[in-house]
Design a protein around this ligand. Structure first.
Ligand code: ACO
Length: 332
């Protein structure tokens, strides 16, 4: 049976770093509150004019360099993002042109913090039905939709991009094993952007009312995220007859260190098994999981064939988990 394997990963974060101490000068907050409530110390912020396609192109260029794959070999580009450069054309189209992926088609997918898992599932389906090289990107320029007068939200997020190469394999030592993916639209009230879509097109009034920024009811989202990210992490292991100790690395979505701790504890992981980088990046929404995967590969925390568990929770609500065996790494 043909399965999709992740044969390479790369990422990019913008140069500019915004620390908690920088935020203390902008809103009524402090480093101690942010660290103790969220685990975040700093986040990277896009430069003026730097958009999601720009960050994605940087990540993909690194991916192509590492793997030795040429842009014109790519069959499809799927981009998970809630901060596309424009509502249309898709960020995938802009990336296709910038990197010269002459035969690729592609599209954007909106799954918020779970977007990368949804895009991985879509990319796997393309690989299983004949595509040879699919690039799956998770990217968000959260700074473009944050209200830097709102301390409840502006401290939480950062910008970043990650990309993986999916290729077919018939070797059962590698590839995506299973996904558990969910949406529950009753969560829409708790986490959304009010204006700028067809419901409420941009007007002077929507701008004056600051409705083009992310809105979040943090407490409601926190409760659901803690429950569901833990449950979906445990469920996928049970369903596939794996124990916590079989997993080389657990890469949870990085929205809040306390949510991560709940999931890690319920699933029975040791600290060494859990990737935590929220301190450096904050919540980069769809960028988070591929950024985390790139970090564990770069730090040699996993090798080809190792079992990796990804899990996420985000706006929608959306949530899910993916279990895979990493590699085989394609080297240039
Ligand atoms: N600095 C200082 N005080 C603050 C700050 C701040 N930056 N932000 C809020 N506070 C205050 C609040 O005003 C509140 O004060 P009050 O009690 O006088 O009203 C107090 O701190 C406590 O507020 P809570 O909301 O109870 O704080 P909590 O411990 O819940 O932490 C947080 C808030 C970090 C937002 C948390 O609720 C959270 O992480 N929520 C989930 C986030 C998440 O998972 N999002 C999903 C992914 S995002 C996506 O999909 C795009």
């Amino acid at each position: 049976m043909i399965n999709a394997a992740i044969t390479g990963v790369a990422s990019y974060v913008p140069e500019k770093v915004l620390t908690n101490f920088d935020l203390e000068k902008i809103v009524d907050t402090n480093d101690e509150w942010i660290v103790s409530r969220t685990g975040i110390r700093e986040r990277h912020i896009a430069a003026e004019g730097e958009a999601s396609s720009d960050m994605s192109v940087k990540a993909i260029e690194r991916l192509l360099e590492k793997t030795g794959v040429k842009a014109k070999e790519i069959d499809a580009i799927i981009v998970a993002t809630v901060t596309p450069d424009m509502l249309f054309p898709s960020t995938a189209a802009l990336i296709q042109e910038k990197i010269g992926a002459s035969k690729a088609w592609g599209y954007d997918l909106s799954g918020a913090c779970s977007g990368f898992l949804f895009a991985l599932k879509s990319g796997s389906a393309l690989v299983q039905t004949g595509h040879k090289k699919v690039i799956v990107v998770g990217v968000d320029t959260m700074s473009s939709i944050l209200d830097y007068t709102d301390r409840n939200t502006c401290i939480l997020f950062g910008d970043g991009a990650g990309a993986v190469l999916l290729e077919p394999t018939e070797d059962d030592r590698y590839g995506i094993i299973d996904n558990l993916l969910f949406v529950d639209g009753s969560g829409a009230d708790a986490l959304h952007m009010k204006a700028g879509g067809s419901r409420k097109p941009a007007t002077h009034a929507t701008v004056d009312a600051r409705e083009h920024y992310l809105f979040q009811d943090g407490r409601s989202v926190f409760k659901r995220a803690s429950l569901d990210m833990a449950k979906v992490s445990v469920d996928i292991l049970n369903k596939n007859n794996f124990k916590a100790e079989d997993v080389a690395i657990f890469i949870p979505h990085q929205a809040n260190k306390r949510i991560i701790d709940v999931a890690a504890r319920r699933a029975g992981f040791t600290d060494e098994q859990v990737l935590i980088n929220i301190d450096k990046y904050g919540n980069t929404t769809a960028g988070t999981l591929p950024l985390g995967l790139d970090e564990v590969v770069q730090e040699n925390r996993i090798k080809d064939g190792d079992l990796v568990l990804l899990a996420a929770f985000g706006a929608g609500y959306t949530w899910g988990s993916t279990l895979l065996r990493y590699g085989p790494t394609r080297k240039a």
